[in-house]
Design a protein. Structure first.
Length: 498
């Protein structure tokens, strides 16, 4: 009889049916090697799911040494019966193999083990692996949080709110020393390895850490994993008619409303503040904390009138930045030289170091130290940036430098200050005049607010429509403001010429 598998969740919101071969007698499928390998993987795993369980013995082998009283130990597993492993052994790519999970060959008491070689190698304890989107979904399943239909929205939401970021991070090189004995000869070797390198992993941001600390402190019951799993079970009971939804909501919402009110009245604003040390020049405390527009480093206490502040670039975190790294930030802005009579200044922004020269902003490459950038190198970067901007510039207007026609990813567009304006389809971007650019911008400005019938007020949109309309209105207001600003500049220049 075939094995029968049951799901842990009795709800209808479950994952799709398993992928399996339609004909187990068929061993070849697909038009390419990749197709065949995929089919072979599915076939083996499906067949393995119906086979007997493998039997493994946890084994600790004690090995005596003939020349010394000390002994060696080997810990691992001995395969007693293959079972499904004869067909399919699950990949362990995502898990670091530990000493306890290594396979040992069959051993007998009193068996003589000839020494082929002995290796003593320096090792470092590895921290737990950071989550990928896939491993996070697996963890949510284990904790009973969410359903297959909610996993993707949950992960996309925490990224959209900048609580976590998905990115690659470079590792650092470190040396590993090793001693190897072969034929009574000991050889010493030093190798290098890269540690801490991450690819497409999820990392908490400073705001994510601060928000989490705040919620755990003031809403510990809701932040408990068991709470979410319990609510999921209650949802199942409601779906099955065994629990009334209004009873469940009332039991939760009444105490939650009290906690919410109390917290909003008494809780202090969280900043994740951390004292790094003392500034050697001023003798004042050096802090890092979360400010209104992001994480900052600060010399001096909150009530100091002359306190200095610098924003933390993206590569730094409130939890990991050191005093030396924070003090480096206060060496900016740094003037490195002049170009065409105007200074080239190295600055550090939210996304890293850059050079500011007369409105041109050129990024300093990651591999370069902004503290050692020379005037010659700064000039190279500024001129290269100018060239790239010129290549994407279709048209400029000398009478109003704020208005430009540029090449974009999805076609040409008009830029007025920092606002981008669409160009209507069928319009030749190269032949646009300044008046046409301003006219297109004015057409995208907000229309007068509509009114309902007499005695009625227009209904406010709700939900996603409200968000979309709010974003569109903000954009239109920015366009209108930019048009007014440019028009004002043009009027001033005209008066001056007269």
């Amino acid at each position: 009889n075939p094995k029968q598998y049951t799901t842990k969740v009795s709800s209808a919101q479950e994952a799709h049916e398993a992928i399996r071969p339609t004909d187990f007698a068929r061993r070849q499928a697909g038009d390419s090697d990749a197709h065949q390998r995929l089919y072979d993987l599915i076939w083996k795993r499906t067949v393995a799911s119906q086979m007997a369980e493998a039997r493994l013995e946890k084994t600790v082998a004690t090995i005596s040494v003939s020349t010394v009283p000390e002994f060696l130990t080997a810990t691992g597993e001995v395969l007693v019966f293959d079972g499904f492993l004869k067909v399919y052994m699950e990949s362990t790519d995502d898990d670091v193999e530990t000493e306890d999970t290594k396979m040992l060959p069959p051993l007998a008491v009193g068996q003589e083990l000839p020494l082929t070689h002995m290796l003593a190698q320096e090792r470092y304890q590895r921290p737990p692996a950071r989550y990928t989107e896939a491993s996070l979904v697996k963890k949510l399943e284990e904790l009973g949080i969410g359903r297959p239909s909610t996993y993707a929205p949950t992960i996309s939401t925490i990224q959209a709110r900048n609580y976590v970021v998905k990115e690659d991070r470079d590792g650092r090189e470190r040396q590993i020393r090793a001693l190897k004995m072969v034929n009574n000869t000991i050889n010493r070797a030093v190798t290098t390895e890269i540690t801490g390198a991450e690819r497409s992993k999820l990392f908490p941001t400073d705001i994510g850490s601060v928000v989490t600390d705040f919620l755990v402190k003031h809403f510990d019951e809701i932040m408990d994993y068991n709470f979410t799993a319990t609510v999921e079970k209650q949802f199942d009971e409601i779906a099955e008619g065994r629990l009334k939804w209004n009873t469940m909501i009332a039991d939760f919402y009444a105490p939650f409303q009290e906690d919410l009110k109390r917290t909003s009245e008494t809780a202090e604003r969280q900043s994740g503040e951390r004292l790094l040390g003392i500034d050697p020049k001023s003798g004042k405390n050096v802090y890092v904390r979360l400010a209104r527009y992001g994480p900052i480093a600060q010399i001096g206490d909150a009530d100091d009138e002359d306190k200095k502040q610098k924003g933390l670039p993206g590569k730094f975190s409130i939890e990991t930045i050191t005093l030396d790294e924070a003090m480096e930030l206060f060496k900016f802005p740094r003037v490195v030289g002049d170009l065409e009579g105007k200074p080239m200044v190295v600055k550090v922004g939210r996304f890293g170091p850059y050079i500011d020269h007369d409105g041109t902003f050129a990024s300093v490459p990651k591999e370069e130290d902004p503290l050692t950038v020379t005037a010659e190198r700064a000039e190279e970067l500024v001129l290269a940036k100018r060239k790239s901007v010129a290549e994407r510039t279709i048209k400029e207007f000398p009478e109003n430098p704020d208005v430009k026609v540029l090449k974009g990813r999805w076609g040409p567009f008009i830029q007025i200050g920092r606002v981008n304006v669409r160009i209507p389809k069928g319009t030749d971007a190269e032949s646009l005049t300044l008046e046409q650019c301003l006219e297109f911008a004015a057409q995208q400005a907000p229309a007068p607010k509509g009114k309902g019938r007499k005695g009625e007020t227009a209904k406010e949109p709700k939900g996603e429509k409200a968000k979309e309309q709010k974003g569109e209105t903000a954009k239109k207001k920015a366009v209108k403001k930019a048009v007014k600003k440019v028009a004002k500049k043009a009027a001033k220049k005209t008066v001056t010429k007269k």
